[in-house]
Ligand binder design. Structure first.
Ligand SMILES: [Zn+2]
Length: 277
């Protein structure tokens, strides 16, 4: 065989091998991109959101522990979100987001919030404490009448720890009972204080944990503008926003957030619609 023909054969073989490697690499990148996208959706359901902190001032020692978690997970969640900002995208499709409020009902702030949400035609999700629900049953009934989702946030804002599993379980059950008596409905959703959860409760109690993807951090500042700007900046399609109806500034901020995000074309729905529709 002439030397030039030998070189040509070798070149063809080399190109063939290189082409195969490129195809392999492309397939690998595509698979991993799909996995990353799937993970983003799972992360909203569970595990990647930063935890709420001191909130209503219950258990500062517990909150300190939670803050360590917040720090670490918050960084991950923030990093994840930066790549997601293009979600405020195009077209006329409905871009749904969910506003959630923890720790209530509060005797006056929650009613103010409900008034504002009603004026704006917004349905939100309220993760209430059993003890607060017992104190203000009329507010729970109003939430239900006005189409908001009501979820469990334990009875006394208990954080699940290794040593209080049975007690925590009792709090979940007791709060479900309180809410069932008030609404006549089974309570399916739980937002666990500080994000501490045990998956075994899901099957046993038929409850689904809901965390969040945008943390307003409304509990740690009275600066309404700061809270509004943070939420508006960080929110994209499919996000679940964490706020608390336990502060007057949170109510003001929440209604401004609604006005700004509605003006940007977002539609507010309950977490159930975000997660399962
Ligand atoms: Zn809370």
């Amino acid at each position: 065989m002439p030397r030039w023909l030998g070189k040509a054969v070798l070149l063809c073989m080399a190109l063939g091998i290189a082409g195969g490697m490129i195809r392999e690499a492309t397939a690998w990148i595509r698979q991993n991109a799909e996995a990353a996208e799937a993970w983003k959706h799972i992360a909203v359901l569970w595990g990647q959101a930063p935890e709420e902190d001191t909130e209503t001032g219950k258990g500062p020692e517990a909150a300190g522990k939670a803050e360590d978690r917040v720090q670490e997970e918050g960084e991950e969640a923030t990093a994840d979100k930066k790549g997601d900002k293009g979600k405020e995208s195009t077209g006329a499709e409905i871009r749904r987001i969910a506003l959630t409020f923890d720790d209530g009902p509060h005797p006056s702030y929650t009613e103010e919030l409900l008034d504002g949400l009603k004026e704006r035609g917004v349905h939100a999700s309220f993760f209430v404490l059993g003890e607060h629900a017992q104190l203000h049953p009329e507010i729970i009934r109003r939430m239900q009448e006005e189409g908001h989702l009501i979820g469990n946030h334990t009875y006394s804002h208990m954080q699940l720890k290794d040593c209080n599993w049975a007690e925590y379980r009792e709090e979940l059950i007791k709060t479900n009972q309180v809410l069932r008596e008030l609404t006549g409905e089974e309570i399916a959703y739980i937002r666990p204080p500080y994000g501490c959860w045990d998956k075994s409760f899901e099957e046993e109690l038929n409850m689904f944990p809901v965390l969040w993807s945008v943390d307003s951090r409304d509990w740690c500042t009275a600066n309404v503008d700061e809270v509004v700007q943070r939420v508006v900046r960080d929110t994209g399609e499919g996000d679940i926003i964490l706020m608390h109806d336990y502060y007057d500034t949170s109510v003001t901020a929440a209604l401004e957030v609604v006005d700004e995000l509605q003006a940007k074309g977002f539609t507010f729905v309950t977490v159930e619609e975000i997660l399962f529709d």
